[in-house]
Design a protein around this ligand. Structure first.
Ligand code: ADP
Ligand code: MG
Ligand code: MG
Length: 205
């Protein structure tokens, strides 16, 4: 199994739908650990992405991710530019008519390294990086040796992202607004990490 531009569009549509269901919960998480605008920030980015995709000419998965990237880069908040750069680097690695585990593994790895470089967060700092790193590692593990099945690889990446997101509840934030409130945010999932889990889960219906 490989991924073409239509598959990438369907992935993004499933992600938009998952976000529609979870927007309120994500807003509540940011209200308890930050300033409560996370859901609104994401809503405006995803609405722009949806509108732009409706008329965009997309020949490769990379073209689809570029449209989503631009929508995020034009969004406020800390998460907008970081997700924007994540998608930009995923796009760079996926500019072929069809892509497989190797391209997605490289895309996730480069994208995640960029977010870490820009935001300075390491795994364990209670940010989106806590879900991005395990997802990228799962894809990389699936890409070594004999080329693995893409669906299996994405399923493993989604499980890794979800456990990374779940683990943020116990962490004390060292980056972003949640770091200002210290122990108050203990027990609260990081909304950015939960969003990465939703995004990765949407890749494997
Ligand atoms: P803001 O705090 O500016 O209101 P958002 O609410 O849009 O930003 O996004 C908050 C999310 O951004 C957090 O849940 C976290 O995942 C992520 N985040 C914050 N700071 C960083 C950072 N330095 N590196 C990576 N991710 C970060
Ligand atoms: Mg916020
Ligand atoms: Mg804000």
């Amino acid at each position: 199994m490989s991924m073409n531009a239509s598959d990438a569009r369907r992935w993004m549509e499933r992600f938009f739908a998952a976000f529609d269901r979870e927007q309120q919960a994500l807003t509540d998480l940011d209200r308890r650990s930050g300033d409560g605008d996370f859901g609104a920030n994401l809503r405006s980015a995803l609405n722009r992405a949806r509108t732009a995709l409706a008329t965009a000419d997309t020949a490769t998965p990379g073209d689809v991710f570029d449209v989503v990237s631009t929508a995020f880069l034009n969004t406020g908040g800390t998460s907008g530019p970081l997700f924007g750069m994540w998608f930009r680097h995923l796009a760079k690695a996926t500019r072929a008519e069809t892509v497989g585990v190797a391209e997605l593994a490289r895309g996730f790895a480069d994208a995640t390294a960029t977010v870490q470089r820009l935001g300075g967060a390491k795994p364990g700092d209670k940010t989106m990086v806590d879900a991005m790193v395990p997802a990228a590692e799962a894809l990389t593990a699936a890409s070594v040796g004999a080329p693995g099945d893409l669906r299996e690889a994405l399923t493993a990446a989604a499980a890794a992202a979800r456990s990374g997101a779940d683990a943020t509840a116990d962490l004390l934030a060292r980056r972003g607004r949640a770091s200002y409130v210290g122990e108050v945010a203990r027990g609260v999932l990081d909304p950015g990490a939960v969003t990465v889990a939703l995004l990765t889960e949407a890749a494997c219906p």
